[in-house]
Ligand binder design. Structure first.
Ligand code: GLU
Length: 326
């Protein structure tokens, strides 16, 4: 037998074994993180949107998608919850693609506000009225920047979200209703921006679209799939569709790094070192560029509005996988 053929025959099964070991390692890691933090009871569900207070606080699910399209999950991975602020990332992604990075920077702003997600002061303290697409003010302004009348804009947005999720995502009616009925604060923010010519369409229509996007129902698995193109230079590792340019992915990840976890984004970057985004529904996504996306869901939040267990689980897994981008 030729020597090279013999080497090949010996190597093929070996590489197979190595792969299985790696698969098992990731699975074991998710299970370990789950068991380490499942008894963590700190924090509380968001309750300023009444329907969020009713979600089972004990739910805890973890999902990870690698750039070769493989999926790993553990825990409550089939529970559907509202995407909330994590939606802001996908709407920003659409604005970057449709309007360009310069318009996003000049018409919305990209600096971290360093203030809570629903801050009015962020607008008042900044003379240029620049906000950030990942806090409420900037996120609503980003919706207003997109083209189309109300229904058109919603169709485009939900189609865009579905492309990332590789499935049709529903709107959770109870959350949408509850948030619509208690939306005075966001309405005030949008009106204030409008008064400074930093809102680019009808306030009520765009607020309604924003509220709908926040009420989109996802599983933690959906979220990891949705974040996966951000780890893969804009190409979806499961559908192979090119959804974003590499340049826009870079900018998106920069904004996630500086503003993804509200006013504690600096602490998160310092400690974990991954671009991420949280939502008051209890989800967090994080992106390890060139490697994987991860999503964790558990409803109890810290003071800033970030899921306590999700932060701990991602920190643990990212560290074990040596994923800190810095
Ligand atoms: N829909 C929520 C709001 O506008 C999103 C907040 C969040 O998840 O940070 O208040």
């Amino acid at each position: 037998m030729k020597k090279w053929l013999l080497i090949l025959i010996l190597l093929v099964p070996l590489s197979g074994v190595a792969k299985v070991a790696k698969v098992n390692e990731i699975e074991a890691l998710l299970a370990k993180a789950h068991s380490m933090y499942k008894n963590e009871k700190a924090g509380a569900n968001a309750d300023y949107i009444p329907a969020l207070a009713k979600v089972d606080s004990e739910l805890f699910g973890i999902a990870l998608v690698t750039n070769d399209g493989k999926m790993y999950t553990y825990g409550d991975v089939d529970s559907r919850f509202s995407i909330q602020s994590i939606s802001k990332v996908f709407t920003l992604a659409l604005a970057l693609e449709a309007k360009g990075a310069d318009q996003v920077a000049s018409k919305i702003g990209v600096n971290a506000t360093g203030l809570p997600f629903n801050s009015v002061a962020a607008i008042e303290l900044n003379k240029a009225r620049s906000v950030n697409p990942l806090v409420n003010a900037g996120a609503m302004a980003t919706v207003s920047l997109l083209e189309g009348d109300k229904e058109n804009k919603w169709q485009n947005l939900s189609h865009w979200y579905n492309e990332f999720a590789n499935t049709e995502l529903p709107v959770l009616k109870s959350i949408y209703q509850s948030e619509s009925e208690t939306n005075g604060h966001n309405l005030a923010i949008a009106e204030l921006l409008k008064s400074y010519d930093r809102f680019y369409g009808d306030v009520k229509d765009n607020l309604d679209i924003y509220t709908r996007q926040c009420s989109i129902g996802v599983t933690v698995t959906d979220l990891a799939v949705m974040a996966s193109p951000f780890a893969n230079r804009g190409v979806h590792p499961i559908t192979n569709k090119k959804l974003m340019s590499e340049e826009n992915v870079e900018r998106l990840l920069a904004v996630m790094t500086t503003a993804g976890l509200y006013e504690t984004s600096g602490d998160w970057a310092f400690k974990v070192g991954l671009p991420a985004k949280s939502g008051v529904g209890g989800g967090i996504i994080a992106v390890a560029p060139e490697r994987f996306s991860i999503a964790v869901f558990s409803p109890r939040l810290d003071q800033a509005g970030n899921s306590v267990r999700a932060q701990k689980a991602i920190d643990y897994i990212a560290e074990a996988m040596d994923a800190n981008i810095f």
